[in-house]
Write a protein that binds this ligand. Structure first.
Ligand SMILES: Cc1cc2nc3c(=O)[nH]c(=O)nc-3n(C[C@H](O)[C@H](O)[C@H](O)COP(=O)(O)OP(=O)(O)OC[C@H]3O[C@@H](n4cnc5c(N)ncnc54)[C@H](O)[C@@H]3O)c2cc1C
Length: 400
């Protein structure tokens, strides 16, 4: 019988790093950030850097939403391949979204280094490998277009992939820029850093209503208290779908299993994010404390009641799939968990103003590279508040 928790590994490993008071009065602020996950942490940091008076609230403890469950692979690669995205929005625009992902990873590196944030950040490369002969066909086309736009890629034949990584595939795109991090810890540390710079933070402080009918937005809290703000920035993750009439994302559940520490892996595997062309895709990476995680097996099934037994089955399936393509690795499962995940119709985030709310901006970075989208939001939100046009604004807009 399993008597272990099915909470996310990051949560168990780190615990609740910092707690904040709940808000028990009415307040006013220049900018209110709603949501203290990785997005809220990054956006509030950028706003503090830009000199605004910032307040952040979260209805839970900090980073207890999807930022506690995420596997935090930092990829420039969008869930929609570049050739597919080019058909949807034009090749130059699509390539600029891919390039923005590379910049975002480098921005995150700079941020972590500048403030010496201990969050397991590691620069890596990534390997997007074909799971079938058929998929290898379109993956080669994908390589051609990425290469044309100088995204730092190389094509590896199946035998090269096998000799370098011990991985069975049908060929792969190797990309030089990727990274991994503990997003839960990064969110906590970044928020704490800004608290020390004067940012006000209230956890266990849930918004029940956002009233933007007046000159300034009014946020009504679960306690009945209100916050009046010059501007509101919603970093409310997948739960934002409840606030919006516009259908911005499809939600589903995804699973992760992680090994015990000290798993024997080659240096190439340790330094690479691995993901494949299957639908849903399988993804794997190492952690800074010497574990190997395997994720995927997405399902639309999200009944809490059944989660315990589903996670057991999903963990076995993920480990079996991994063993089939990476034979000889002794994976001993330590934790398995799941989390809600969202996909948009084009794989791009929604960043900016929704016509449904005045004086309010949203940063909704869904998908397999939600975190790199949130990092892109840092410069975008500051530019929008300062009335400057950002080149990605129209591509990530609501109502597209
Ligand atoms: C298992 C899994 C694996 C993933 N893997 C990756 C990956 O490898 N790479 C990657 O980039 N992304 C990945 N993602 C996606 C990534 O986790 C998300 O894009 C990211 O965590 C979103 O962060 P967020 O801060 O926007 O949302 P959240 O972390 O969900 O934060 C939103 C916050 O808003 C608060 N909130 C919501 N409503 C209210 C309200 N009314 N009042 C007050 N507060 C409110 C919530 O309590 C929450 O803390 C993965 C997701 C999952 C679940």
């Amino acid at each position: 019988m399993r008597v272990r928790t099915f909470e996310s590994f990051w949560l168990v490993k780190n615990g609740i790093l910092y707690s904040y008071p709940s808000l028990q009065t009415d307040l006013k602020t220049e900018i209110l950030v709603i949501g203290g996950g990785i997005t809220g942490a990054l956006i509030s940091h950028a706003l503090m850097d830009a000199g605004y008076e910032v307040m952040l609230i979260d209805k839970r403890d900090i980073a207890m939403g999807s930022s506690s469950a995420t596997t935090s692979m930092l990829q420039y690669e969008i869930d929609t391949p570049l050739y597919g995205l080019s058909e949807m929005i034009g090749e130059e625009s699509a390539a600029s979204c891919y390039r923005a992902g590379i910049d975002a990873i480098l921005d995150l590196k700079k941020l972590v280094e500048e403030h010496q944030i201990d969050c397991g950040f590691q620069m890596k490369s990534s390997l997007f490998f074909a799971h079938s002969k058929k998929a290898a066909g379109w993956l080669r086309d994908e390589f051609q277009i990425r290469d044309k736009h100088r995204l730092g890629v190389r094509w590896l034949e199946a035998d090269e992939v096998q000799s370098r990584y011990g991985l069975i595939s049908h060929g792969a795109i190797w990309s030089e820029t990727a990274a991994s991090v503990d997003a839960y810890k990064l969110a906590h540390e970044l928020i704490q850093l800004n608290v020390k710079r004067g940012m006000k933070v209230y956890d266990q402080t849930g918004m029940t209503q956002l009233d933007t009918s007046g000159t300034e937005p009014r946020v009504i809290l679960e306690t009945g208290h209100t916050i009046t703000a010059g501007k509101v920035v919603c970093c409310t993750g997948f739960e934002s779908t409840k606030m919006l009439k516009e259908h911005v994302a499809d939600l589903f559940y995804t699973y992760v299993t992680i090994s015990e520490e000290g798993i024997q892996l080659s240096e190439h595997i340790q330094n690479t994010l691995l993901w494949n062309t299957a639908d849903p895709y399988l993804y794997m990476r190492t952690t800074d404390d010497g574990r190997f995680l395997v994720g995927g097996e997405d399902s639309s099934f999200n009944l809490q009641f059944f989660q315990q037994s589903i996670k057991e089955r999903k963990a076995d399936k993920l480990a079996r799939k991994m063993a089939k393509i990476l034979p000889g690795i002794e994976f001993v499962e330590d934790f398995t968990w799941g989390g809600t995940f969202g996909t948009t119709k084009d794989g791009l985030p929604y960043i900016g103003k929704s016509p449904e709310y005045e004086n309010t901006l949203f940063v909704l970075g869904f998908g397999g590279n939600g975190i790199t989208f949130s990092a892109q939001g840092m410069k975008m939100i500051v530019a929008m508040l300062q009335g400057e046009k950002h080149p990605l604004e129209s591509l990530y807009r609501f109502g597209r």
